[in-house]
Design a protein around this ligand. Structure first.
Ligand code: ZN
Length: 235
Protein backbone atom coordinates (compact mmCIF):
# COMPACT_ATOMS: atom_id res chain seq x y z
CA UNK A 1 0.00 0.00 0.00
CA UNK A 2 2.94 2.33 0.57
CA UNK A 3 6.67 2.26 1.02
CA UNK A 4 9.54 4.17 2.54
CA UNK A 5 13.25 3.94 1.95
CA UNK A 6 15.55 2.02 4.25
CA UNK A 7 19.29 2.44 3.84
CA UNK A 8 20.70 2.61 0.34
CA UNK A 9 18.83 -0.11 -1.50
CA UNK A 10 15.99 -1.38 0.68
CA UNK A 11 12.43 -0.29 1.22
CA UNK A 12 9.95 -0.97 3.99
CA UNK A 13 6.63 -1.75 2.36
CA UNK A 14 3.23 -1.66 3.98
CA UNK A 15 1.24 -4.62 2.65
CA UNK A 16 -2.36 -5.61 3.13
CA UNK A 17 -2.53 -9.39 3.30
CA UNK A 18 -5.28 -11.96 3.40
CA UNK A 19 -3.76 -13.95 6.26
CA UNK A 20 -2.46 -11.20 8.54
CA UNK A 21 -4.08 -7.95 7.47
CA UNK A 22 -1.81 -4.93 7.39
CA UNK A 23 1.89 -5.50 7.94
CA UNK A 24 5.25 -3.90 7.25
CA UNK A 25 7.92 -5.93 5.49
CA UNK A 26 11.40 -5.22 4.16
CA UNK A 27 12.08 -5.55 0.45
CA UNK A 28 15.84 -5.94 0.40
CA UNK A 29 17.76 -4.55 -2.54
CA UNK A 30 14.56 -3.48 -4.28
CA UNK A 31 16.03 -0.14 -5.31
CA UNK A 32 18.88 -1.82 -7.19
CA UNK A 33 18.32 -2.10 -10.95
CA UNK A 34 18.81 -5.87 -11.06
CA UNK A 35 16.63 -6.74 -8.05
CA UNK A 36 14.19 -9.58 -8.75
CA UNK A 37 11.65 -7.73 -6.58
CA UNK A 38 11.78 -4.47 -8.52
CA UNK A 39 8.71 -4.04 -10.71
CA UNK A 40 6.77 -6.60 -8.67
CA UNK A 41 6.28 -5.07 -5.25
CA UNK A 42 4.48 -2.01 -6.59
CA UNK A 43 1.57 -0.02 -5.22
CA UNK A 44 -1.88 -1.56 -6.01
CA UNK A 45 -0.31 -4.84 -7.16
CA UNK A 46 -1.57 -8.13 -5.73
CA UNK A 47 1.25 -10.60 -5.14
CA UNK A 48 1.94 -14.00 -3.63
CA UNK A 49 4.73 -13.37 -1.15
CA UNK A 50 7.20 -15.71 0.43
CA UNK A 51 8.48 -14.11 3.63
CA UNK A 52 10.64 -14.98 6.55
CA UNK A 53 10.48 -13.51 9.99
CA UNK A 54 13.25 -11.08 10.74
CA UNK A 55 14.17 -9.75 14.17
CA UNK A 56 11.77 -6.85 14.00
CA UNK A 57 10.22 -6.90 10.53
CA UNK A 58 9.38 -9.67 8.09
CA UNK A 59 11.61 -9.87 5.04
CA UNK A 60 10.21 -10.51 1.56
CA UNK A 61 12.02 -13.48 0.02
CA UNK A 62 10.11 -13.55 -3.25
CA UNK A 63 7.03 -12.04 -4.85
CA UNK A 64 4.96 -13.32 -7.75
CA UNK A 65 2.44 -10.95 -9.29
CA UNK A 66 -1.10 -12.23 -9.19
CA UNK A 67 -2.83 -9.11 -10.54
CA UNK A 68 -1.32 -5.84 -11.64
CA UNK A 69 -3.79 -3.19 -12.74
CA UNK A 70 -1.05 -0.72 -13.66
CA UNK A 71 -1.77 -0.52 -17.35
CA UNK A 72 -5.20 0.87 -16.53
CA UNK A 73 -4.40 2.74 -13.31
CA UNK A 74 -2.01 5.20 -14.95
CA UNK A 75 -5.08 7.25 -15.88
CA UNK A 76 -4.97 10.13 -13.31
CA UNK A 77 -8.54 9.93 -11.96
CA UNK A 78 -8.32 6.16 -11.49
CA UNK A 79 -4.93 6.48 -9.86
CA UNK A 80 -6.19 9.14 -7.46
CA UNK A 81 -9.30 7.13 -6.48
CA UNK A 82 -7.20 3.99 -5.93
CA UNK A 83 -5.01 6.20 -3.72
CA UNK A 84 -8.02 7.10 -1.57
CA UNK A 85 -8.94 3.39 -1.26
CA UNK A 86 -5.53 2.33 0.04
CA UNK A 87 -5.24 5.41 2.25
CA UNK A 88 -8.54 4.56 3.96
CA UNK A 89 -7.64 0.90 4.46
CA UNK A 90 -4.23 1.88 5.77
CA UNK A 91 -5.72 4.44 8.16
CA UNK A 92 -8.60 2.31 9.46
CA UNK A 93 -7.01 -1.15 9.77
CA UNK A 94 -4.78 -2.19 12.67
CA UNK A 95 -1.52 -4.03 11.93
CA UNK A 96 -1.47 -7.83 12.24
CA UNK A 97 -5.22 -8.23 12.33
CA UNK A 98 -6.62 -10.50 9.62
CA UNK A 99 -9.64 -8.90 7.89
CA UNK A 100 -10.44 -11.25 5.00
CA UNK A 101 -13.62 -9.42 3.99
CA UNK A 102 -11.70 -6.12 3.82
CA UNK A 103 -9.07 -7.89 1.69
CA UNK A 104 -11.79 -9.04 -0.69
CA UNK A 105 -13.27 -5.53 -0.76
CA UNK A 106 -9.86 -4.02 -1.56
CA UNK A 107 -9.19 -6.42 -4.44
CA UNK A 108 -12.69 -5.85 -5.87
CA UNK A 109 -12.42 -2.06 -5.48
CA UNK A 110 -9.06 -1.83 -7.27
CA UNK A 111 -10.36 -4.01 -10.12
CA UNK A 112 -13.55 -1.93 -10.44
CA UNK A 113 -11.61 1.36 -10.40
CA UNK A 114 -9.17 0.08 -13.04
CA UNK A 115 -12.12 -0.69 -15.33
CA UNK A 116 -14.23 2.41 -14.62
CA UNK A 117 -14.75 5.54 -16.68
CA UNK A 118 -16.10 7.38 -13.60
CA UNK A 119 -13.97 5.96 -10.76
CA UNK A 120 -14.86 8.73 -8.29
CA UNK A 121 -18.44 7.45 -8.26
CA UNK A 122 -17.25 4.09 -6.87
CA UNK A 123 -15.85 5.60 -3.67
CA UNK A 124 -19.06 6.03 -1.64
CA UNK A 125 -19.98 2.37 -1.93
CA UNK A 126 -16.44 1.26 -1.11
CA UNK A 127 -16.36 3.61 1.90
CA UNK A 128 -19.73 2.48 3.25
CA UNK A 129 -18.81 -1.19 2.88
CA UNK A 130 -15.51 -0.55 4.64
CA UNK A 131 -17.22 1.28 7.53
CA UNK A 132 -19.69 -1.60 7.78
CA UNK A 133 -16.91 -4.21 7.97
CA UNK A 134 -15.22 -2.19 10.70
CA UNK A 135 -18.42 -1.84 12.71
CA UNK A 136 -18.61 1.91 12.01
CA UNK A 137 -21.45 2.00 9.50
CA UNK A 138 -24.16 4.59 10.16
CA UNK A 139 -27.62 3.24 10.96
CA UNK A 140 -29.64 4.04 7.85
CA UNK A 141 -33.14 3.29 9.09
CA UNK A 142 -33.04 4.94 12.49
CA UNK A 143 -32.04 8.26 14.00
CA UNK A 144 -28.48 8.06 15.33
CA UNK A 145 -29.38 10.18 18.35
CA UNK A 146 -32.69 8.84 19.64
CA UNK A 147 -32.94 5.50 17.83
CA UNK A 148 -36.39 6.33 16.47
CA UNK A 149 -37.39 5.34 12.94
CA UNK A 150 -36.31 7.85 10.31
CA UNK A 151 -39.31 9.41 8.60
CA UNK A 152 -39.80 9.28 4.85
CA UNK A 153 -38.78 12.60 3.33
CA UNK A 154 -35.98 14.89 4.40
CA UNK A 155 -33.57 13.89 7.18
CA UNK A 156 -30.29 15.48 8.26
CA UNK A 157 -26.70 14.28 8.35
CA UNK A 158 -25.14 14.53 11.79
CA UNK A 159 -21.59 13.43 11.03
CA UNK A 160 -20.45 14.25 14.59
CA UNK A 161 -22.87 11.61 15.84
CA UNK A 162 -21.96 9.22 13.02
CA UNK A 163 -25.29 9.03 11.21
CA UNK A 164 -28.61 10.56 10.20
CA UNK A 165 -31.14 12.29 12.40
CA UNK A 166 -34.84 12.91 12.11
CA UNK A 167 -36.66 16.21 12.65
CA UNK A 168 -37.28 15.50 16.35
CA UNK A 169 -33.56 15.60 17.09
CA UNK A 170 -32.69 18.53 14.89
CA UNK A 171 -31.64 21.49 17.00
CA UNK A 172 -32.64 24.91 15.89
CA UNK A 173 -29.77 27.16 14.88
CA UNK A 174 -27.49 24.32 13.73
CA UNK A 175 -27.18 24.07 9.98
CA UNK A 176 -26.78 20.36 9.22
CA UNK A 177 -26.72 19.06 5.62
CA UNK A 178 -30.13 17.93 4.39
CA UNK A 179 -30.60 14.54 2.80
CA UNK A 180 -33.59 14.02 0.56
CA UNK A 181 -35.55 10.82 0.29
CA UNK A 182 -33.70 9.80 -2.90
CA UNK A 183 -30.32 10.29 -1.20
CA UNK A 184 -31.35 8.15 1.78
CA UNK A 185 -32.66 5.40 -0.53
CA UNK A 186 -29.37 5.61 -2.44
CA UNK A 187 -27.32 5.33 0.79
CA UNK A 188 -29.28 2.24 1.79
CA UNK A 189 -28.68 0.62 -1.59
CA UNK A 190 -24.98 1.53 -1.54
CA UNK A 191 -24.54 -0.07 1.88
CA UNK A 192 -25.95 -3.45 0.83
CA UNK A 193 -23.50 -6.35 0.61
CA UNK A 194 -22.33 -7.61 -2.77
CA UNK A 195 -24.92 -9.55 -4.71
CA UNK A 196 -27.85 -7.56 -3.38
CA UNK A 197 -29.69 -4.95 -5.42
CA UNK A 198 -27.41 -2.56 -7.23
CA UNK A 199 -24.11 -4.35 -6.88
CA UNK A 200 -20.66 -2.82 -6.98
CA UNK A 201 -21.46 -0.69 -10.00
CA UNK A 202 -24.15 1.26 -8.18
CA UNK A 203 -23.36 4.96 -8.34
CA UNK A 204 -23.94 7.50 -5.61
CA UNK A 205 -26.13 10.60 -5.77
CA UNK A 206 -24.29 13.85 -5.02
CA UNK A 207 -26.02 14.12 -1.64
CA UNK A 208 -25.17 10.55 -0.67
CA UNK A 209 -21.56 10.94 -1.81
CA UNK A 210 -21.12 14.11 0.26
CA UNK A 211 -22.66 12.40 3.31
CA UNK A 212 -20.30 9.42 3.02
CA UNK A 213 -17.30 11.76 2.71
CA UNK A 214 -18.38 13.54 5.91
CA UNK A 215 -18.85 10.28 7.82
CA UNK A 216 -15.46 8.97 6.71
CA UNK A 217 -13.78 12.23 7.75
CA UNK A 218 -15.54 12.02 11.12
CA UNK A 219 -14.35 8.47 11.85
CA UNK A 220 -10.87 9.18 10.50
CA UNK A 221 -10.58 12.45 12.42
CA UNK A 222 -9.52 14.19 9.19
CA UNK A 223 -10.12 14.25 5.48
CA UNK A 224 -8.10 11.66 3.51
CA UNK A 225 -5.12 13.36 1.85
CA UNK A 226 -5.80 11.62 -1.45
CA UNK A 227 -9.23 13.31 -1.60
CA UNK A 228 -7.37 16.58 -2.14
CA UNK A 229 -5.72 15.14 -5.24
CA UNK A 230 -9.13 14.11 -6.55
CA UNK A 231 -10.42 17.65 -6.09
CA UNK A 232 -7.39 18.90 -8.01
CA UNK A 233 -8.42 16.72 -10.96
CA UNK A 234 -11.94 18.07 -10.86
CA UNK A 235 -13.17 14.53 -10.25
ZN1 ZN B 1 -33.98 11.27 16.76
Amino acid sequence: MRGRQLGEADRILTLFTLERGKLDAVAKGVRRARSHLAGRVELFTECDFLMHRGRSLDVIVSAEIRRSPWARLVEPARYAVAGVVVELIDAFCEPDLALPDVYELLVAAIAAIAASSSPRALLPRFSLRLLEMLGLAPPLHSCVRCGGDLPAGTVWLDAQSGGLIGPECRERGYALPELHEADVANLRALALPKGDAGGAALLATAGAAAAVDELVAHHLGKRPKAIGQLAGLGA
